[in-house]
Design a protein around this ligand. Structure first.
Ligand code: NAI
Ligand code: MG
Length: 363
């Protein structure tokens, strides 16, 4: 098998973290014949410096034809003043749009070794393993009309419109139910049907999709505000949470803080399955940004990027055992007290980016 990976390391600590993933890819090719073919491009500020665009057309084509895209991070003070259309984030937004990545998967896993560092009581989060599935291409972020109008009486009106069509809810619900089957087989759908028409439709379509195709999965509905409360009160009650773009943005950031550092959190964004091959377009990236404050110092935590590659192994290539092994290796290295500065604890051994990558690879 040939497995095409397109790497976009980006700016700041992106390339430093991606280098550690490259070592794992090389190992899997040499020792396990994994057949990864790796190509690399520029995105964000580094692409702007080279081409005057946040991503070149050539690299967009490569991203579109790859089996999976691994993305580092973009941005930094150097590019704060570049024109809006070519700002670093435009590269990521273009990728999400052109690859039609409508499903954003944000796991919140609390490694046992890090439970003590959580902002919550350790017993609430120890062993936590939930997955938030956020709709990424619809809802209030894209609905029309979207504008500020002048009311002419010294007042202005800001308008955003929440729009969801049946097909958008069906496909995101389908992703959530399918993922639940590979986990604890439970989905909690969150909306605000008590005040929003789109919430009423969301609830109906999720219920119908469940009944028609996924009745074996346990389904629960929660109002999103109550869901936010439950996420902080008793997060381990959840397995998969499926929700819209706006609620998903907020709930996944709340869930992130249950687990400790930004340097630990991976994500995946998936598109629709291809009609012929059944393969989904996919992009994998850490949740953190380019961390200009620590870039170039060799101290960034590469775990979020490495865990994003584990998601890639699982969701794009169905290499479930390899994904499990990689995640276990991360947990074991943390158990042994090996830490980068951002997750440092008393009695642990502080290492840099490269040493952390080496330790995970050795494990
Ligand atoms: P950030 O995530 O880059 O950094 C926030 C804080 O967390 C910093 O103190 C940083 O040192 C620390 N941190 C982040 N990742 C870390 C890691 N792997 N290891 C150790 N420490 C880590 O967010 P910030 O500072 O708000 O943004 C910096 C730049 O990144 C901005 O230009 C922003 O636009 C961009 N950004 C890009 C994202 C992306 O590419 N998807 C997402 C978020 C921000
Ligand atoms: Mg957010």
């Amino acid at each position: 098998t040939v497995r095409n990976l397109f790497l976009l390391p980006g700016d700041g600590i992106g390339p430093e973290a991606m280098a550690e993933v490259r070592k794992i890819i090389a190992y899997m090719n040499e020792e396990k014949g994994a057949g990864f073919v790796v190509d690399e491009g520029l995105v964000g500020g580094s692409a702007y410096d080279a081409h005057g665009a946040a991503i070149s057309e050539e690299d967009m084509q490569k991203a579109l034809s790859a089996d999976a895209v691994l993305f580092g991070a973009v941005g930094g003070p150097k590019w704060d003043a570049v024109p809006y259309e070519v700002r670093p984030e435009a590269g990521l937004l273009r990728l999400r749009k052109d690859l039609e990545l409508f499903a954003n998967l944000r796991p919140a896993i609390c490694y046992p070794a890090l439970a003590a560092a959580s902002s919550l009581k350790p017993e609430l989060v120890e062993g936590l393993d939930i997955l938030i599935v956020r709709e990424l291409t619809g809802g209030v972020y894209f609905g029309e009309p979207k504008e500020i109008i002048d009311l002419g009486n010294g007042q202005k009106r800001g308008i955003d419109t929440q729009v969801y069509d049946t097909y958008e809810i069906e496909r995101i619900a389908g992703v959530a139910f399918e993922l639940a089957r590979t986990r604890k087989n439970r989905v909690c759908s969150m909306e605000k049907r008590n005040v929003m028409k789109s919430g009423v439709l969301w609830n109906q379509v999720v219920t119908e999709t469940h009944k028609a195709k996924y009745a074996d999965v346990q389904l629960e509905h929660m109002l999103a505000d109550a869901g936010g409360m439950q996420l902080v009160r008793a997060p381990k009650q959840f397995d998969v949470i499926v929700t819209d773009n706006l609620f998903g943005d907020m709930l996944s950031d709340v869930a992130a803080m249950l687990t400790g550092s930004l340097g630990m959190l991976p994500s995946a964004s998936l598109g629709a399955p291809d009609a012929k091959t059944g393969k989904r377009k996919a992009l994998y990236e850490p949740v953190h940004g380019s961390a200009p404050d620590i870039a170039g110092k060799g101290i960034a935590n590469p775990i979020a990027m490495i865990a994003s590659f584990a998601m890639c192994l699982r969701y794009s290539f169905n290499l479930v055992q390899d994904a499990d092994n990689l995640e276990t290796a991360i947990a074991n290295v943390l158990d042994r007290g090996i830490r980068t500065g951002d997750i440092m604890a008393e009695g642990a051994v502080q290492v840099g980016t490269v040493e952390m990558g080496d330790a995970i690879l050795a494990e």
